[in-house]
Design a protein around this ligand. Structure first.
Ligand code: ADP
Length: 503
């Protein structure tokens, strides 16, 4: 077969497997034991994209068993062997970038350029951890007495459960699974109910890359079945660690359930990111940063700017610049190349966002633009669930909207007068994931960076995510870090060995 034909063959095979209506357990494409399935919808058109198994606790236990069986051989491979297989998986993902991005647009609704960016971003975690795998060293400790030697070795924690959200259907899986696999762990992934197809495509490519049977398993279920599978992953003693990205409410449940068998958890939960524009900021830079941080994925990321604090002196000019740029935002179906904002994930998300806006209005906020459902004319008279990009003025810290995670293209403007006041307002939340601020004062950069109670701070920039830095939050935004060399440590145990009797 010619190389090009071979490529085309893998591609059509990937589609065939993703649309088989099966999940991946122990190297096999299997149905739920009950035979039940559920539909996956396109949020833009509402059309059915495919059906996947509606699995339950029993199916999940089978997957855990497969991962447990695969663990010894995977753990015993040389790190360089695991690294090579991970790099092969990464290559296949990048070879299929177009198809994976198009599938993501269909399944999740984000614009094509963002979907393509996410595939590269997702693959960057695999590369990073494939490279880290061969460098994860232990230690020899100087002995406390003669005739003894003390050493510390690093070992994989064991079978890992990964529960992932719909807003990054690819990268949230690779961000958890690449370090787990690099460390020598095997995984059971439960992707979000809205976006299982992207997860199954990753499973197909993992198999093609030669990851051994049972090392990477995907169990699918709908919203109704999520607690059942979630509970199994969090309480089965064979799982030694759960990595979760999602809401704070479910994250707390995961942590409580994991305590029954004292599992390690990493939780990447909700945020309420402050975005602060000081009066000495470069306003065009701040507007650019705000658009990157606020409107990415239609405002549906956990690090999206949520409360926009603008110094009173620059508020009029900033608002004018903001409204001008918002009026030029291109909204529509993600396959159209110039589109910047796609639909929200589902009708539930739209009605939640609209309720938040109307309650903010009742409490005194002013809608400067947007606020309503947007009718984007689509083929076949189908209407996506779009919210008009919305700017709210006169918001105060007391309003409900200042305490809710918006997850929608809503800019909520809050005025402030002093640095001390804005730091107090910014920290006045149980969340602590990402924060952003814009200033030209180098002393203020240090001062404010140190005082913001957040796991990540972007200064004069709205794009902070990268595989090379530790991603994670403090307070109720989570525990643990993903990405960077710290991300690998989340999947290893330290074992101290003392050798005595050496003379
Ligand atoms: P969102 O509101 O963004 O969907 P969730 O926290 O509800 O965030 O979902 C994140 C992930 O957690 C998804 O994979 C979802 O299916 C899963 N999930 C939902 N409820 C539970 C639960 N009770 N236990 C474990 N996982 C759950």
């Amino acid at each position: 077969m010619k190389e090009t034909d071979k490529g085309a063959d893998t591609k059509s095979s990937m589609w065939a497997h993703v649309h088989l209506g099966r999940a991946m357990v122990g190297g096999e494409w299997i149905s739920a034991q009950s035979g039940l399935t559920y539909e996956v919808h396109n949020p833009l058109t509402g059309e059915v994209l495919g059906r996947v198994p509606k699995m339950n606790a029993e199916d999940c236990r089978l997957a855990i068993g497969a991962a447990q069986d695969a663990l010894p051989a995977w753990r015993d491979k040389l790190p360089a062997e695991r690294s090579r297989l991970l790099m092969r998986w990464r290559e296949l993902i990048l070879d299929h970038r177009e198809e994976l991005a198009k599938l993501m647009v269909d399944e999740q609704g984000k614009p094509y350029s963002e979907a393509r960016g996410e595939i590269s971003y997702g693959a960057s975690f695999i590369q990073w951890f494939a490279e880290e795998a061969v460098r994860d060293q232990g230690a020899i400790i100087p002995p406390f007495a003669h005739g003894r030697r003390l050493l510390v070795m690093k070992q994989p924690i064991g079978v890992v459960g990964a529960i992932t959200p719909w807003n990054f259907p690819n990268a949230m899986i690779t961000r958890k699974c690449a370090p787990a696999l690099a460390a020598g762990c095997t995984v059971v992934v439960k992707p979000a109910e809205d976006t299982p197809l992207s997860a199954l495509a990753l499973a197909y490519l993992a198999t093609e890359a030669g990851l051994p049977t049972g090392v990477f398993n995907v169990v699918t279920t709908n919203r109704e079945g999520a607690p059942d599978i979630g509970e199994t992953l969090c309480s089965d003693p064979r799982i030694r660690k759960v990595g979760f990205t999602g809401s704070t409410a479910v994250g707390k449940r995961v942590m409580a359930l994991a305590s029954s068998t004292v599992k390690r958890v990493s939780l990447e939960l909700g945020g309420n990111a402050p975005f602060i524009v000081f009066n000495d900021a470069q306003l065009d830079l701040a507007i650019k940063g705000l658009f990157t941080s606020k409107f990415r994925n239609a405002g549906q990321t956990c690090i999206c700017a949520n409360r926009i604090f603008v110094h009173a002196e620059v508020m009029p000019r900033f608002t004018e610049m903001l409204l001008e740029r918002v009026s030029r935002l291109k909204i529509g179906g993600g396959h159209e190349r110039s589109v910047e904002i796609g639909p929200l994930i589902n009708a539930r998300a739209l009605s939640r966002a609209r309720d938040l806006i109307s309650r903010a209005q009742e409490q005194g906020a002013q809608v400067l633009c947007g606020g309503k459902r947007l009718n984007v004319s689509l083929e076949e008279d189908k209407e996506g669930v779009f919210l008009q990009p919305t700017v709210l003025a006169n918001v105060t810290s007391e309003m409900e909207i200042s305490h809710a995670e918006l997850f929608a293209p809503i800019v909520s403007l809050i005025s402030f007068e002093s640095e001390a006041e804005v730091i107090e307002m910014a920290n006045d939340t149980p969340y602590g994931l990402a924060a952003y601020f814009f200033t030209e004062d180098h002393r203020r950069i240090w001062r404010v960076s140190e005082r913001l109670e957040y796991g990540m701070v972007g200064v004069n920039d709205g794009a902070i995510s990268t595989a090379v830095a530790p991603f994670g939050g403090v307070k109720e935004s989570g525990i643990g870090r993903e990405g960077s060399s710290w991300g690998l440590a989340e999947f290893t145990e330290l074992k101290y060995v003392m050798i005595g009797g050496l003379g």
